[in-house]
Design a protein around this ligand. Structure first.
Ligand SMILES: Nc1ncnc2c1ncn2[C@@H]1O[C@H](COP(=O)(O)OP(=O)(O)OP(=O)(O)O)[C@@H](O)[C@H]1O
Ligand SMILES: [Mg+2]
Length: 258
């Protein structure tokens, strides 16, 4: 008997799970019945009301919806920055709820890039130092981190501003620094909260080209929250979020216009 078959027979439980694992292999993110509230009693706000969501590898999923509908809350749960009250999110085959704080930080640092709605750049660091942070966290040498950070800034058109501090940059330039920081460590999942909100049409298109190119590999995925209808055509699928729930889906631009 050959050895793979021997192993399969000697651990029949694992073997019987194989088809399921393969079926899940093209799913980067799976959220099951996610519920999240903020506050207590009369001040309680139900931000997410039972979200069911799957993001496939290789796809760009957009989350669209009115202000206050729960988009940032959902991204935060997916990125493991916020715990849901009920339900769970599995990301790249990891369950946030099963990990302790250190494991979460390590996994997030290695595997996820996040563009925050408010950029969250460190004001005392230069643009290239901000972009280098994920690399340093992952153990790169300072020299290597700086070099790669500068290359990432070049890709978002900010090579010449690498030594500027966030306070010396425009809103759109800060946003592009945040995009460079999300891409620099080549994460498998990138989560972006309004990545083009401060950008003109051309620069917004360049940033989306960059993000989409990153996500198109078979082991990557990208989630973009946006109000910016100019970039809807970049999406493979769009989920419309309203009052904490996904109301409907469309597939690609053809679906959008249909
Ligand atoms: N830290 C918080 N404390 C209390 N309520 C919050 C908190 N964060 C968000 N909320 C509330 O939860 C709901 C969803 O907020 P969320 O930020 O997820 O919306 P959003 O869809 O991202 O909105 P926007 O498009 O304006 O960014 C809103 O009613 C908001 O007021
Ligand atoms: Mg938001």
């Amino acid at each position: 008997m050959n050895w793979p078959l021997q192993i399969a027979r000697s651990c029949s439980t694992e073997y019987s799970f194989r088809p399921m694992t393969q079926a899940a292999a093209n799913i980067a993110v799976r959220c099951l019945d996610v519920v999240k509230s903020y506050g207590e009693a009369a001040g309680r706000v139900q931000a997410l009301r039972g979200i069911e969501l799957e993001v496939r590898f290789g796809e760009l999923l957009m989350l669209v919806g009115p202000s206050g509908s729960g988009k940032t809350t959902l991204l935060s749960v997916i990125a493991g920055l916020l715990d849901p009250d009920e339900g769970e999110c599995r990301v790249l085959d990891h369950n946030w709820q099963a990990m302790d704080r250190d494991d979460r930080a390590r996994f997030r640092g290695r595997s996820i890039g996040f563009v925050f709605q408010a950029f969250n750049l460190l004001s005392s660091l230069t643009a290239s130092e901000n972009v280098a942070i994920p690399l340093i966290i992952n153990g790169a040498s300072l020299r290597d981190a700086q070099e790669r950070a500068e290359q990432a800034l070049e890709r978002v058109g900010l090579g010449a501003r690498a030594s500027a501090r966030p306070g010396e940059l425009s809103g759109g330039q800060q946003q592009r620094v945040a995009v460079a920081r999300a891409l620099v460590h080549d994460p498998k999942l990138i989560v972006c909260d309004e990545p083009t909100s401060n950008l003109d049409h051309v620069t917004g298109g360049q940033v989306m080209d960059l993000l989409r190119a990153h996500a198109q590999a078979a082991d990557r995925a990208l989630i973009v929250v946006t109000h910016d209808s100019r970039i809807f055509s970049y999406a493979d699928r769009i989920a419309y979020v309203e009052d904490g729930a996904i109301e409907r889906w469309t597939e690609s631009e053809a679906g959008l216009n249909g």
